[in-house]
Every structure is written in C-alpha cells, then in structure tokens.
Design a binder for this molecule. Structure first.
Ligand SMILES: [Zn+2]
Length: 309
C-alpha cells in the first residue's frame, strides 16, 4: 500500500459520487452480483456418485481411464481443458501406465497455487474397493472446485492437479506409493516450472460422514494455521480439529522440493481400505464443510503468497 487517504475526505468524495450519479449505485449492485458461486456439495455429490459407479479405479486400469474421461468431459463442459501428464512407472507389479490431469485456471499472477488430490483407488483383489472417500471424494471435490474457481478472481494462477498412483500397488513402503506426486514434482523440477509453484493444498479422504480432520505435523505451519483458524472463525472446529497427527501422503514430495504444503485429510475413517468405503460411509455435508473452509481461506493464502514472503 503506497497511498494514504484521510477518512474524512473519502467520505465526502463518496457522498458527492453517490449524489451526483445514481447509476453508480446500479453499478455497485451489478459488481456485487459478480461474486463467485459458492461450493455446491450437491454438484460434488453427483460427481462422487458417478465415479463410485465406475467401480474400482486402480492405476493402469480401464476403469481409471473411464474416470479420466469423465473428469475431462466435466471440465470441458465448464470451459476448462485438462492437460495429461502421462508416463509408465515401475511398480512391484511391473510397469503401470499413469496419468496426472492438470487444469490451469488463470489468475492475476503467473505464480501458482496448486490444489491437488488423487483419483486412483487402491487395488484389492479380495473385494471390489470403490473408494468413495479414498479417491472418490478428492476427485469430486476438485471437479466442483474447478467450477467455483473459474468464476472467481484469483490472485494467483491456480493449478488443479488430479494425481494418479497415490496408492501403493502392494504395500506402502519404499517407493510403492505417491507415484503421481513424485512424478509431477520431478518433472516440474526438470523443466523449471517448480519455481513458480508457491504453495500446494492437498485434499484427500474428506468424505467421511463423521468428518474430523486433524492437523498434520508434516504440513507447513503457516498454511495449516490459515486454514484451521479460518475454520475456527466459521465455528467449524468440530470438523477441523486442533489435535495433531502425522500423515504420509502426496504432500511429502512437494515439501521435499521446498513447496509449502498442507494435507487436508481425515484418516480417522472406519471404512478406510475396506469394502465399506462406499457412498453409505460418506456425506455431502463433509464435502461442503471442506469447500467452504478452503474457499474462505484462499484470500489469506493469496495475500501471504503475493506479499512475497
Ligand atoms: Zn488409500
């Protein structure tokens, strides 16, 4: 801020403007009408129902290809184009074809905020695992968020990244996990685009009917503070709990690369990695809470990142 104005003068100037030009009032009303749409959990729920109906969606499967088509079609319907970042990764089960989907929503700055989530589901051979919260909720959430952010005036360019291969092909050890985030960060490092990535918000397993998101200790404190304090102001601390936890997830490769990151995840989920992670175990209300809190947190996140700190 480089200019100061005396409050008195501002007031009299305003009075003059209002009395001289009644059309201005109409203009202000029109400007007010352009506030971006709110996160609509009914729409998100529709996406969730659709992706769950596809069935199990592990990396490399025909079903995840079908999921990608749905994501791309839905984005295209609101005028957004998803770019595919495709590669074949080495897994304990051999080479698996994986694809991250990236949607860039322009903002005032070319500096970027990434909002990410995985869209694959864990492979279980013993039962059909449809991952309503684990894989489904993040996919549905990002799709609805895309609609809201497209209509919003964003200070930074926002990249929504649908990550593939978050789940272990066999067990969460060694490199058998977070294939998509590791690939994205490595590629961004190589092509130099990592420099413009100023922060990352990870959304994972937010569908739980009994939503309780604890503060992840690996996540960047200032970014976590903004979101949890916003939730507290909105009287939503019964969902964004002050209790700490530690979670290994897609944020770790970003953190290792020096990108401030936060993981919004409810891992206290009874149905986690069981046949019970179905639509019965999740609720639209949970998606709404996270959508409302994240959107209310964005101005402060943008402020922090554009202040060049
Ligand atoms: Zn999982």
């Amino acid at each position: 801020m480089s200019r100061r104005r005396s409050p008195q003068r501002t007031q009299s100037t305003l009075r003059l403007v209002f009395s001289a030009c009644s059309a201005c009032v109409a203009l202000i009303v029109v400007a007010g009408a352009q506030t971006p749409p709110k996160f609509d959990s009914n729409r998100a729920w529709g996406h969730l129902q659709h992706v769950v109906s596809i069935g199990p969606r592990p990396a490399g499967s025909a079903a995840i290809e079908q999921t990608r088509k749905y994501i791309k079609d839905q984005l295209s319907a609101i005028g957004l184009k998803a770019t595919e970042q495709a590669w074949d990764d080495e897994t304990p089960l051999g080479k698996v074809h994986m694809v991250n989907l990236i949607v860039s929503i322009p903002g005032a700055s070319r500096n970027r905020l990434a909002i990410t989530g995985h869209y694959d589901t864990k492979l279980f051979r013993e039962f059909p695992f449809v991952g309503a919260s684990d894989g489904g909720s993040s996919t549905a959430f990002l799709l609805e968020l895309a609609r809201v952010l497209k209509a919003r005036k964003n200070a930074l360019t926002i990249d929504l990244i649908f990550l593939d291969g978050e789940e272990a092909v066999i067990d969460w050890r060694g490199n058998d996990h977070t294939y998509g985030s590791r690939h994205y960060v490595e590629a961004a490092r190589r092509d130099g685009s990592l420099a413009s990535l100023k922060a990352m918000v990870l959304i994972d397993m937010i569908g739980d009917r009994d939503l309780g998101i604890r503060r992840d200790s690996y996540s960047t404190p200032w970014l976590t503070d903004i979101i949890w304090q916003t939730a507290a102001k909105m009287k939503l601390s019964n969902y964004f709990l002050p209790a700490p936890t530690t979670v290994e997830d897609d944020h770790l490769p970003f953190l290792s690369a020096g990108v401030p990151s936060v993981d919004i995840i409810d891992l206290d989920y009874e149905a986690w990695h069981t046949r019970r992670d179905t639509l019965d175990a999740v609720s639209a209300r949970s998606l709404q809470v996270v959508g409302d809190v994240l959107l209310a947190s964005l101005p402060q996140i943008e402020q922090r990142l554009t202040a060049g700190r």
